[in-house]
Design a protein around this ligand. Structure first.
Ligand SMILES: NC(=O)c1ccc[n+]([C@@H]2O[C@H](COP(=O)([O-])OP(=O)(O)OC[C@H]3O[C@@H](n4cnc5c(N)ncnc54)[C@H](OP(=O)(O)O)[C@@H]3O)[C@@H](O)[C@H]2O)c1
Length: 283
């Protein structure tokens, strides 16, 4: 059993896929998460040492997002502890066009530990494994900025890139920017999910302010409201985030998956056909 590789967030959207990719290479990584053994908790530094013992390479996803206050300090403490404990390579997952995340990138880049930064645009899986799933299940999707063009990227592609650069030192010192192969809008997405899942989803254009008020009415915690507002107002509208890159193809030698491929595969799982009754108005 090879456990000198650590995947922090190893049960999350990208982390669990990185674990699968490493397993395909015959590597059984250690998982860093609160539910893992040993447990790793970003909010409890006492848990970090046991997770880092004997580790040489690690993939780091911060929870919930590198943009939140305190992320930079946590990434800094973890990076220097890892260095002290003999970690030789760090792959940090970051967000494309997220200025706040760059502070954490710079810490890893300046640490003296070998590194690769994987900067991703918004994940396809936000629609099936994260905050856009509930509105889809409710049948009514109300979002601001419905015509902004976004190069959504598949978590499978991010994970394959991350697992590759984690094990291959050719990419040391690089920032790999991963996007999907096309720019698409929320309206396009609702159309594709409606067709593939045989649902008649309704889309409503609302303002960012209405979206934020809706979240507050649903008593979503204030730090989550802050994060989602930040992602819409800073990341979505950042022109840097509306560019397609060829880094997935450069690393994997194949093109990234299209959003339609993701939708068709995901529809087969039935995740968008679950009946739920929301205890709040859909946002
Ligand atoms: N979503 C996007 O569109 C997007 C785009 C660009 C970049 N990003 C970046 O992606 C990163 C998140 O990666 P992801 O989506 O792969 O992960 P994720 O699905 O958001 O994370 C879930 C993982 O984090 C663990 N976790 C939750 N709270 C934790 C805590 N307090 N301490 C330790 N582990 C904790 C969970 O396991 P346990 O519950 O067992 O602890 C699970 O393994 C963020 O830094 C974000 O900036 C996201």
């Amino acid at each position: 059993m090879n456990s000198n590789i650590l995947v922090i967030g190893g049960t999350g959207k990208t982390g669990r896929r990185v674990v699968e990719q490493l397993q395909k290479k015959g590597i059984e990584p250690r998982i860093g998460s609160r539910s893992a053994t040993p447990s790793f908790d970003w909010d409890n530094k006492d848990t970090w040492v046991r997770s880092l013992e004997g580790i040489e390479r690690m993939y780091v996803t911060y929870y919930p997002d590198l943009a939140v206050p305190g992320a930079k300090e946590s990434v800094e403490s973890l990076t220097y502890l890892a260095k002290e404990m003999g970690v030789k390579k760090i792959v940090l997952l970051s967000g494309k066009g997220e200025t706040e995340a760059e502070a954490s990138e710079k810490i890893v880049m300046g640490s003296g530990v070998d590194y690769t930064i994987v900067r991703a645009s918004w994940f396809n899986q936000n629609w099936s494994e994260s905050f856009f799933l509930d509105p889809i299940l409710s049948g009514e999707v109300a979002l601001p900025m419905s015509d902004v063009l976004i190069p959504f990227v598949d978590a499978d592609d991010i994970a394959e890139v991350a697992a590759t650069v984690l094990m291959d030192d050719t990419y040391n010192g690089e920032i790999i920017e991963v996007t999907g192969p096309e720019l698409i809008t929320f309206k396009d997405i609702i159309g594709m999910i409606s067709t593939s899942s045989d649902r008649s989803l309704k889309f409503h254009e609302i303002t960012l302010q209405q979206y934020v008020e809706g979240m507050r009415q649903m008593q979503i915690p204030e730090d989550v409201v802050w994060l989602i507002e930040y992602l819409f107002s800073h990341v979505l509208t950042n022109p840097e985030n509306q560019v397609i890159t060829n880094d997935v193809e450069r690393v994997l030698g194949r093109k990234p998956g299209t959003f339609l491929q993701y939708v068709e595969e995901t529809a087969k799982t039935g995740v968008w056909n679950t009946n739920i009754v929301l205890d709040h108005e859909p946002i």
